[in-house]
Ligand binder design. Structure first.
Ligand SMILES: Cc1ncc(COP(=O)(O)O)c(C=O)c1O
Length: 466
């Protein structure tokens, strides 16, 4: 493809994406097609000779779009909605166009330096504790996902516990990990990948707001220590996946300090809230954490994938992960004066994801990002008010952010049926969870396209299905 051909097709595809966004509200949110529909519409193999993109836009419209769940749709209220934006998409285009592989500082100096600076900006934006800034012993790095952040936090915790012994011989079977019953499944997955296994993960009980109970954490740790175990890691959650509960970081942090356990704070979704000063309480006690992450791709107008991860002591992370083969040796690394992000995560290669954060922060500015968060919180409050005013329904958990968990009073089955009916219309999409043993509907607001009229429409739709 010549630069001229790229320009021509590129313009057409940018137009196509812009049209996709502007027409989204008229589409179904989910596809009604049965499994196999998209696959059956594709030819048996690739063309023998390139087809010059003939019919590509038609194929996107015919095969791809009708067979998608539209995560950017204004009435997509499932999981935590995707949060891409124009500046983020344009940054991804530049990233792909540059094709830089930033594994070492020397393989893309600006790729590394922009990342270090924008993560410091982001730390300022969220008012994170000073210990996470790159000017001291800490620093930030972009991971693909909060799951990867949990994994590298686990590995750093294992290095702290076992040092060179762990690096050579692997995990000690006395090591234990603690998180709440409401924590994301990625914590258990990380423990498996790190060689600890499910049996070494303790799921700590929560209180009636679904937040981890520090007394139960202490009890679990004490019992384990008495039995000869070594607590290596506690993962606290700020904004749990099911109900956005916030674990109390200060008392949890004190317990971690007492027992020498690493504290990782997973704020995958709710961390973004801290761009607003009035929501910074979410990070109360974060100064106790050894590592922290949140996903700008969940609520900060940044396209998937982008997890911002910080450590208080970068040496613990890089010593856990660094393996330096001869072919990567270079003068800049040996000078000790540069950051090589390959030592901050599992893959060696890495793309220029920092461009997304840089573009997004430049386009929206601090106030624009705050307006996005505040808009989501206000819409969630509005929805919760409507639910509360209808005595057939109950709100099942506090809703400090943009997720409302609610249900029809009474047994689970009518709730399951209600969700099925609402989603079958294709007019909106909600997901569910279980909280306190009960089936619960979740309405998560996040798409920058969602307006009050969309939230009102889903409330009408829900009531119409009863
Ligand atoms: C609290 C929490 N942690 C981790 C994750 C996993 O996120 P990711 O897809 O970035 O791995 C989620 C996803 O919703 C989450 O809510």
């Amino acid at each position: 493809m010549t630069p001229e051909e790229f320009r021509r097709h590129g313009y057409a595809l940018v137009d196509w994406v812009a049209d996709y966004w502007s027409g989204l509200a008229e589409q179904r949110v989910t596809s009604a097609a049965p499994p196999g529909t998209a696959a059956a519409a594709l030819p048996a193999g690739p063309p023998a000779d390139g087809d010059g993109f003939a019919g590509l836009l038609d194929d996107l419209d015919r095969i791809v779009v009708p067979n998608l769940t539209h995560w950017q749709h204004p009435r997509f209220f499932g999981y935590f909605p995707a949060n891409t934006s124009g500046p983020s998409v344009l940054a991804d285009l530049v990233c792909a166009g540059l094709g830089v592989q930033g594994m070492l500082w020397s393989t893309g100096p600006a790729c590394t330096e922009v990342e270090t600076v924008v993560l410091d900006w982001l730390a300022d934006l969220l008012d994170l504790p000073a210990r996470f800034r790159s000017g001291g012993r800490g620093g930030g790095v972009i991971q693909d996902s909060a799951s990867s952040a949990a994994l590298v936090a686990t590995l750093a915790a294992l290095y702290r516990a076992g040092g060179a012994r762990w690096r050579r011989g692997g995990v000690d079977d006395r090591y234990t990990v603690y998180t709440s019953t409401q924590a994301h499944s990625s914590i258990e997955k990380a423990a498996r990948v790190a060689g600890l296994g499910d049996d070494r993960v303790r799921l700590v009980e929560v209180d009636d707001t679904f937040a981890m109970r520090p007394d139960a954490l202490r009890e679990a740790i004490c019992a384990d220590v008495a039995a000869g175990a070594v607590p290596v890691l506690v993962v606290a959650t700020v904004g749990t996946t099911s109900t956005t509960a916030v674990d109390p970081l200060a008392p949890i942090g004190e317990i971690c300090r007492e027992y020498g356990a690493w504290l990782h704070v997973d704020a995958a979704y709710a961390g973004s809230a801290a761009v607003c000063p009035e929501l910074r309480w979410v990070h109360s006690g974060l100064e106790h954490a050894d590592s922290y992450c949140f996903d700008p791709h969940k609520w900060l107008l940044t396209g998937f994938d982008c997890d911002a991860f910080w450590v208080a002591d970068r040496a613990e992370l890089t010593e856990a992960l660094s393996v330096l083969p001869e072919f990567l040796r270079n003068a800049a690394t040996e000078s000790g004066a540069v950051i090589d992000y390959r030592d901050w995560h599992v893959p060696l290669g890495r793309r220029f994801r920092a461009l997304k954060l840089w573009f997004v922060m430049r386009w929206y500015g601090v106030e624009g990002l705050r307006a996005h968060i505040r808009g989501g919180v206000a819409l969630a409050d509005r929805f919760a008010d409507w639910v509360e005013a209808d005595e057939r329904f109950e709100i099942v958990a506090p809703h400090p952010f943009s997720l409302v968990c609610f249900r029809l009073r009474g047994p689970d089955e009518p709730n399951e049926e209600l969700l099925r009916r609402v989603n079958a219309t294709g007019q909106a999409y909600l997901t569910h969870t279980r909280a306190g043993g009960r089936y619960v509907l979740r309405l998560a607001i996040g798409s920058p396209l969602t307006r009050e009229s969309d939230v009102a429409a889903v409330w009408d739709l829900i009531r119409a299905q009863l």
